[in-house]
Design a protein around this ligand. Structure first.
Ligand code: CUA
Length: 402
């Protein structure tokens, strides 16, 4: 029994590894093209990094197979046979200079094969090409959301970064509090946002698409809820987006009397036209995003509800933390909400931007994103609560901000 155990154990380990890999492939549908795939990539930076991954994978697979084969061969050839005298150890030898030197030289060679593209890759991802024409986006991490400034365009947005296709995006990475990490798997590897340190990276999208992204460095209680999206648009569509973002917040018939406003909750159900709410972001997220950009059909909005919501937004002191340009709201500790109605997600892309989700977030922020400042530094010390009716008018108002 003792003579076959090492070989059997090696074979069983290899078999177990293979089975595990196969299971992973079956579970993921064999495609490896999930929304946060690093294998199916859509930009030059991610592609360069993928290439490096394959070089490393190739070299390490070669080492694994070579060492494994040598081990298996030795186990088999020098196994204990019937009639062997096992009362004393077999003849001992001391080293083999040629083999030892050969192994050192060969290992060094393999490391050099990995090192050359690694050093090239580091240089490539550090140096934004065509720097003069690159679009600069300054990313600032907060616990727990992302702010996106476009200094060349004078724009600010949050949690959904919109970029033009086929143009390098030079990204400046900053943080207001702790270490976060910026990661858009299909476009580029992660890089940290460090306190008191200016990091940068670049990325580029090759086509118009909608990307999942997230903070990739543990940053406290709601780290897992710190996600974001990247939307890439053809240059003409990007120019249109830029134009819309530049405008002040949309105002729906501000002349409507406030007295008209406080409607029963039934009005709320009538106000949510989108059917495919829960899966909206998953099936065709890009189409969903485009749909979000369009202003509502004339006559489909309840101007009274919206006017009351705007008033309530001020009464509940929301304006102390959020900016809504043109509506007298200039707070900067929370995300800019000037065009929040045009985003596909809310609460740092934790949930889809639907009326139901927005209502839940406004009423129970600590359940949606535990530990968030809106709740801890806003609702709690100021005793803010939001009733169903109040949530309904606030949702109507925020939804009108296209
Ligand atoms: Cu921010 Cu994790």
């Amino acid at each position: 029994m003792g003579r076959t155990t090492p070989l059997l154990s090696l074979v069983s380990k290899v078999a177990a590894t293979g089975a595990l890999g196969l299971t992973c492939l079956v579970v993921t549908g064999c495609t490896m093209s999930g929304p946060q795939s690093t294998i199916v990539v859509e930009g030059p930076v991610a592609r360069a990094q993928l290439h490096l991954f394959y070089v490393t994978l190739g070299v390490t697979t070669f080492i694994f197979l070579t060492v494994g084969a040598a081990l298996a061969y030795a186990q088999f050839k020098f196994r204990e046979r019937k009639g062997d005298d096992s009362s004393s150890p077999p003849p001992q030898t001391h080293g083999h200079p040629v083999i030892e030197m050969g192994l050192i030289v060969f290992s060094t060679l393999l490391l050099v094969i990995i090192a050359i593209p690694t050093v090239q890759g580091i240089a490539y991802q550090e140096d934004t090409p065509d720097r003069e024409n690159a679009l600069v986006v300054r990313v600032t991490g907060y616990q727990w959301w992302f702010r996106f400034d476009y200094p060349q365009l004078g724009l600010v947005t949050a949690n959904e970064m919109v970029i033009p296709t086929n143009r390098p995006i030079h990204i400046e990475l900053r943080t207001l509090d702790v270490i976060h990490s910026f990661w858009v798997p299909k476009l580029a590897g992660k890089k940290d946002l460090m306190p008191n340190r200016a990091n940068h990276m670049w990325l580029e999208a090759e086509k118009s698409d909608y990307y999942w992204a997230q903070c990739a460095e543990y940053c406290g209680e709601s780290h897992a809820n710190m996600k974001f999206r990247v939307i890439s648009l053809e240059p003409a569509a990007f120019a249109e987006w830029e134009q819309r973002q530049r405008s002040e917040a949309r105002t729906v018939d501000s002349a409507v009397a406030e007295a008209d406003a406080f409607r029963p909750r039934l009005q709320f159900a009538a106000y949510s036209p989108e059917k495919d709410l829960g899966t909206a972001g998953a099936e065709s997220p890009f189409a969903y995003w485009l749909q979000k950009q369009a202003a509502p059909e004339p006559g489909t909005e309840d101007a009274g509800l919206i006017a009351r919501g705007r008033q309530l937004y001020q009464e509940k002191a929301c304006l102390g933390c959020h900016t809504i340009r043109g509506h007298g709201s200039m707070g900067i500790t929370g995300p800019d909400l000037t065009h929040v109605g045009s985003r596909t997600t809310i609460t740092a892309a934790t949930i889809d931007n639907t009326p139901e989700n927005l209502k839940r977030w406004l009423q129970h922020p600590n359940d949606v994103k535990p530990g968030n400042l809106m709740y801890r530094a806003g609702y709690v010390p100021n005793n803010i609560t939001i009733s169903d009716d109040e949530a309904a008018v606030l949702v109507a108002y925020l939804y009108s901000l296209k």
